[in-house]
Ligand binder design. Structure first.
Ligand SMILES: *[C@@H]1O[C@H](CO)[C@@H](O)[C@H](O)[C@H]1NC(C)=O
Ligand SMILES: *[C@@H]1O[C@H](CO)[C@@H](O)[C@H](O)[C@H]1NC(C)=O
Ligand SMILES: *[C@@H]1O[C@H](CO)[C@@H](O)[C@H](O)[C@H]1NC(C)=O
Ligand SMILES: *[C@@H]1O[C@H](CO)[C@@H](O)[C@H](O)[C@H]1NC(C)=O
Length: 303
């Protein structure tokens, strides 16, 4: 694929060389007597029909346009005329306007087989302008259309050498490569490719689903690891706290009172009956003592 692209570029260059040679060769041949005779006749015609002929012979091109003039089929020396007013001789001059503004076009979505055998549909936008009006008329029949077609093939050629992950991650690089290779190829046409933007890379539905499932599974696995890690950290911290509390028996009492304070802070009307579990073991054989302890505890909690 890439090879064929290079071939087309080389062919374009070779054509360009031929065209240059022929135009240079024709320039060097002298213009015959006939040329001057017809030019003088045409000028006379202009003078005879003067007030009227001005309407036909004075032409205007806009700031962003140039006029390429052919006299008797030959390019006028001095390059393209414009912007503004210019003069053509009746009957023997023809001219063509060329727009020098930047033109953009969409490259239609191209189904491309990537290096790792995935079919993707890619579309792009290309911005170009004509930098030399003369050679855009003399070297190529339709600069617009040729640039369009070349952009399509270049897109295919460049992306055919990339794998899917490269296409997805290196868009800037791909745009840059496309721009330089397109610009090189269109140089003989007087066309400057300013920018190429890869717009959209569409994957086949099945692959999209598979990739989404893969991403989801990865995320889930990570979430599970984080949760387990957190649990481990929490239990370790709890163990540390328990060890510290166990160092001094007063600490658990203080902690106990603290808990009571936090509970009563929420609703001041809450009545608590704290019942230590280890008292229960004594409560069953000796009931009297147990009751006394309970009432004492009640008073404490109300306080
Ligand atoms: C356009 O190209 C022709 C032929 O190569 C050259 O003679 C001319 O100077 C160029 N014009 C501009 C504006 O560069
Ligand atoms: C290229 O296309 C633009 C806009 O569609 C147009 O103005 C321009 O004349 C075209 N140029 C040629 C050489 O056809
Ligand atoms: C583009 O990719 C090529 C090869 O993959 C690398 O050599 C080049 O540095 C990259 N350019 C940019 C601008 O990332
Ligand atoms: C658990 O503790 C380790 C080391 O102290 C720390 O690197 C990790 O981020 C903690 N995990 C969580 C989920 O906080």
């Amino acid at each position: 694929m890439n090879n064929s692209g290079e071939e087309t570029i080389e062919m374009a260059k070779a054509d360009q060389l031929q065209v240059e040679e022929s135009s240079d060769g024709s320039k060097s041949t002298e213009r015959g007597i006939c040329y001057y005779l017809v030019t003088i006749l045409s000028f006379l015609l202009f003078i005879i029909t003067c007030p009227l002929s001005i309407f036909f012979c004075l032409k205007i091109v806009q700031e962003y346009e140039r006029a390429v003039i052919f006299r008797l089929g030959r390019l006028l020396p001095g390059g393209a005329k414009g912007p503004g007013i210019f003069f053509i001789l009746p009957c023997i001059d023809t001219y063509r306007k060329v727009d020098l503004r930047v033109v953009s076009f969409d490259v239609p979505p191209q189904e491309i087989l990537t290096k790792d055998s995935v079919t993707v549909a890619v579309d792009a936008v290309v911005y170009f302008r004509i930098y030399n009006a003369t050679i855009s008329i003399t070297n190529v029949a339709d600069a617009n259309r040729s640039t369009r077609l070349l952009a399509q093939t270049t897109l295919r050629n460049v992306l055919g050498t990339k794998s899917l992950s490269e296409i997805l991650s290196e868009r800037d690089n791909i745009s840059h490569i496309m721009q330089t290779s397109l610009d090189e190829a269109t140089d003989p046409w007087g066309v400057k490719v300013e920018r190429v933007e890869v717009k959209d890379v569409r994957l086949p539905q099945q692959l999209q689903r598979a990739m989404a499932a893969e991403a989801e599974a990865t995320r889930e696995a990570r979430a599970k690891v984080i949760a387990a890690d957190g649990e481990m950290n929490a239990s370790r911290s709890l163990k540390e706290a328990a060890d510290i509390i166990a160092e001094n028996p007063q600490a658990i009492q203080l902690r106990y009172l603290q808990t009571l304070t936090t509970i009563s802070a929420e609703k001041s009307s809450t009545i608590l009956f704290p019942l230590p579990i280890n008292f229960l073991s004594r409560l069953i054989p000796e009931r009297g003592e147990g009751r006394k302890t309970l009432s004492e505890q009640n008073q404490e909690s109300k306080f």
